[in-house]
Design a protein. Structure first.
Length: 409
């Protein structure tokens, strides 16, 4: 929280307009203020005048980046690693090796480690496992159509699902196939461009956009399915802005659909309801900013969760409040990010949930870290993983699982 006018959306709008009109010159203070933006889209939702704050803020960021606002390391990663999946995977594996020491270093050293406030280390992603791209490298479309409205789709996994949560990606494809949809995983896909776009590096964002357009444009698919909120928002809304005037970009954006929304459109929740009941697992849901405010998807995850056998849905307070993950924000501003995480951890605890579910890998990691720091033994998983777990025995009539006992409070 801050009482600085320059950190509010209204203040940033005035600064952005002054910068773009030449009335104000770039400065480290201005760059720092814009760097504090979570890109949560709350200002878009709240603005009564419906000002396109995204376009204005992005233009200001691009202006700052062009004036040398990006650091050397960030520029190196964005331009020479991010566009190349093999290099990105290699960097992820190196980071995974580093986390072995980070996670297992003696407590006496923990206070000297990065992101280890008062010796409490961050929850780190599992980056040493095989990535999704290598697990499905020969997949060109699997699953037989059940006669639904959509018969063939392409899956855009995004970098985090590919590198840190490959099981989630596999579960997304399996659930779609169970629904009778043929799923292709194009190996040519690259990052959605969000890290570059939000850093103001429009050239890299455009490079990535062109590659994804080339990859998906030639596919005979009726939809492009996403399971990452940020990727979905980038492809469906930012892509036409990045590639202004490109009809292929607009056509691709119109095909993008969230995994949960597609499952509800296919009516899979009616199949879930047929499964026998068992012990009830209390589940709550966190709305990713780019899914609810970016793609307009909020009801569908809840419809799915409520329809699952042996699951009781509980709504947490402030379910759509930003968790503070926000991509690089959590690395650049760990203390501020942790404050958002504390709010979410308290809301989860008060809900009494056994599991927290969300639809964004970045949110998933941030929530897991927040709950760990709060001393709460509550797992966080994606909707796809929950659906897979809850319906694992639907076909045989053995879809039962038992909630773990709650820890004493």
């Amino acid at each position: 929280m801050s009482y600085s006018e320059t950190l509010s959306a209204r203040g940033k709008l005035r600064i952005a307009r002054a910068l773009l009109s030449g009335q104000l010159k770039q400065s480290p203070r201005i760059a720092a203020d814009f760097d504090m933006c979570l890109s949560c889209l709350k200002c878009v939702e709240a603005c009564p005048a419906k000002i396109d704050t995204v376009a204005l803020f992005q233009a200001a960021r691009a202006d700052m980046a062009a004036a040398g606002g990006m650091g050397i390391v960030k520029k190196l990663i964005l331009r020479h690693v991010l566009p190349f999946p093999a290099r990105l995977n290699f960097l992820a594996k190196l980071t995974g090796l580093a986390t072995i020491f980070y996670d297992n270093a003696p407590d006496a050293l923990a206070r000297f480690l990065p992101y280890a406030n008062q010796g409490s280390r961050r929850t780190t992603p599992r980056l040493l496992q095989k990535n999704l791209r290598s697990l499905v490298q020969h997949r060109h479309g699997q699953g037989a159509a059940r006669g639904g409205a959509l018969r063939k789709v392409a899956y855009f996994s995004g970098c985090m699902t590919d590198l840190a949560y490959p099981d989630t990606g596999l579960n997304v494809m399996r659930q779609l196939e169970k629904a009778g949809v043929e799923v292709a995983y194009p190996q040519g896909q690259v990052c959605c461009g969000a890290p570059a776009w939000f850093a103001g590096d429009n050239d890299t964002a455009r490079q990535l956009a062109k590659k994804n357009i080339e990859t998906f444009d030639g596919l005979d698919v009726e939809a492009i399915v996403v399971s990452c909120a940020t990727c979905g928002s980038m492809l469906s809304h930012a892509l036409p802005m990045i590639m202004e005037g490109d009809k292929r970009a607009t056509a691709l954006a119109e095909k993008v659909v969230d995994f949960q929304k597609l499952l509800v459109e296919l009516g899979v929740e009616r199949e879930f309801a047929k499964a026998p009941g068992g012990g009830k697992l209390r589940v709550t849901y966190h709305d990713p900013c780019h899914l609810k405010r970016g793609m307009g998807v909020s009801a569908e995850p809840r419809i799915l969760i409520k329809s699952l056998p042996n699951v009781e849905f509980v709504e947490m307070v402030g379910a759509d409040v930003c968790c503070g993950g926000a991509g690089a924000f959590t690395l650049d501003h760990p203390e501020q990010s942790a404050r958002f995480g504390q709010f979410k951890a308290k809301a989860v605890e008060e809900s009494g949930a056994d599991i927290v579910v969300t639809s964004c890998p970045s949110c998933q990691l941030q929530l897991a870290d927040a709950l760990s720091r709060a001393g709460l033994d509550v797992p966080v998983m994606s909707t796809a993983d929950l659906v897979a777990m809850a319906t694992s025995g639907v076909a045989t009539g053995e879809g039962r699982f038992t909630p773990k006992p709650r820890l004493p409070r």
